[in-house]
Design a binder for this molecule. Structure first.
Ligand code: 13P
Ligand code: 13P
Ligand code: MG
Ligand code: MG
Length: 361
């Protein structure tokens, strides 16, 4: 049986500010999804959040980009937005860019990551969810997981992984995708994906064509040609038996790499791996957070989640992230803590330049 795992997320109101999601929004989502489950529209679901982003994790047999599934998610976000408005939560309905649903939730504001696969004898997956950052944040960890033998021992010693993986990279400015094969084209891949705001890894495939990982890149995809904000992304990674082991998938996050999206979507900061209960970014609205939910899929049922960063082995990464945060914060409004002028979410630059235009002699 082919199972589809859909992760659909949106910020539809922050509690308080942009720091968290109010429990009533989660309850609303759970109630509606449990009704959908009773009607047989989905096999299983799990609702969670990271920072101010509400995450719907769904399993079904309808395939990718299914209109009924996307409509269900849209309806949940709309209903929860009503609750957010009633509670006057911050930025209620922030990510619902369209007035009404039209066929596919992609391009309407929410982020989507979906994979369809034949369930294996045992099928572990990890769903990463981040707040205060952008889809380019996954470039470095995805490279390490699927192409760096110093991260992933299996690339060297597992015959099934030894051939390498194929990366599908989105050019944010044209909306076009290119497939790049590793290890042969590793340097070409790095040339592109090191520019995390311009080239984003969308999918990773095994060389036999089997999907290994997929990330949400929605708004970036939609408004190609023009720079559009940060999209608090999600990422699905399949593990074990021909894919990287669970620990190889988590390993890159032991290094809190710098990502864009902190405070007003306009500052760089370290991506801190946290347990679910610490996914409430408050210091300067951050630092950026990532959680990892592990599931075993059994006949489409979501067995889990395991809160995978709830492990003292990630304490040093958290500590380092705090040290880096302290260091970066002392840069205040200076680059490279603040992002460059073309990547600011909003800016006073034109007004200030207009005011000062006669002073440049
Ligand atoms: P406002 O307070 O004007 O909404 O902007 C600050 C902020 O929170 C940016 O996301
Ligand atoms: P979100 O993108 O998580 O809503 O954060 C907005 C922001 O600018 C916080 O400072
Ligand atoms: Mg928000
Ligand atoms: Mg957010």
């Amino acid at each position: 049986m082919k199972i589809t795992l859909s992760v659909i997320k949106a910020d539809i109101g922050g509690y308080v500010g942009h720091s968290s999601v109010h429990p009533r929004l989660i309850e609303t989502a759970e109630r509606m999804l449990s009704q959908a489950q009773e009607k047989g529209e989905i096999i299983d679901f799990f609702v969670t959040r990271v920072g101010d982003d509400l995450q719907l994790i769904l399993t079904h047999t309808n395939g990718l980009e299914n209109e009924r599934i996307h409509k269900l998610a849209w309806d949940v976000f709309e209903a929860a937005t009503e609750v957010a408005k009633e509670l006057k939560l911050y930025g209620a309905g922030q990510d619902l860019l369209a007035d009404a649903f039209s066929g596919n939730i992609k391009g309407l504001g929410p982020g989507v990551a979906e994979i369809e696969f034949e369930e294996r004898r045992s099928d572990p997956v990890v769903i990463f969810m981040a707040d205060k950052t952008s889809p380019g944040a996954w470039n470095l960890p995805l490279f390490k997981i699927f192409a760096d033998p110093f991260n992933t021992a299996g690339l060297v010693i597992d015959p099934k992984m030894h051939p390498g993986f194929v990366f599908e990279v989105l050019d944010v400015h044209t909306g076009k995708m290119a497939r790049i094969s590793t290890p042969e084209e590793m340097y070409d891949l790095l040339t592109l994906i090191g520019s995390v705001e311009d080239y984003i890894i969308k999918n990773v495939y095994r060389k036999d064509g089997e999907i290994a990982a997929t990330a949400s890149v929605e708004k970036l995809n939609l408004i190609a040609g023009e720079y559009v904000g940060k999209d608090d992304p999600v990422l699905i990674v399949r593990c074990q038996s021909g894919f990287p082991a669970l620990g190889e998938v988590l390993e890159p996050f032991a290094f809190p790499h710098l990502v864009a999206g902190w405070m007003r979507g306009s500052h760089f900061g370290p991506l801190m791996p946290v347990p679910f209960h610490h996914a409430n970014p408050t210091r300067f609205d951050g630092p950026p957070r990532v959680i990892a939910a592990g599931f075993q899929i059994a006949e489409g049922k979501l067995i889990g989640p395991r809160d995978l960063f709830d492990d003292p082995a990630f304490d040093e990464a958290r500590h380092l992230a705090n040290v880096i945060s302290e260091y970066m914060r002392r840069m205040g409004p200076f680059e490279p803590h603040r992002v460059g002028p073309d990547k600011l979410e909003y800016t006073t630059m034109p007004q200030v330049l207009e005011k000062l235009k006669d002073r440049f002699q």
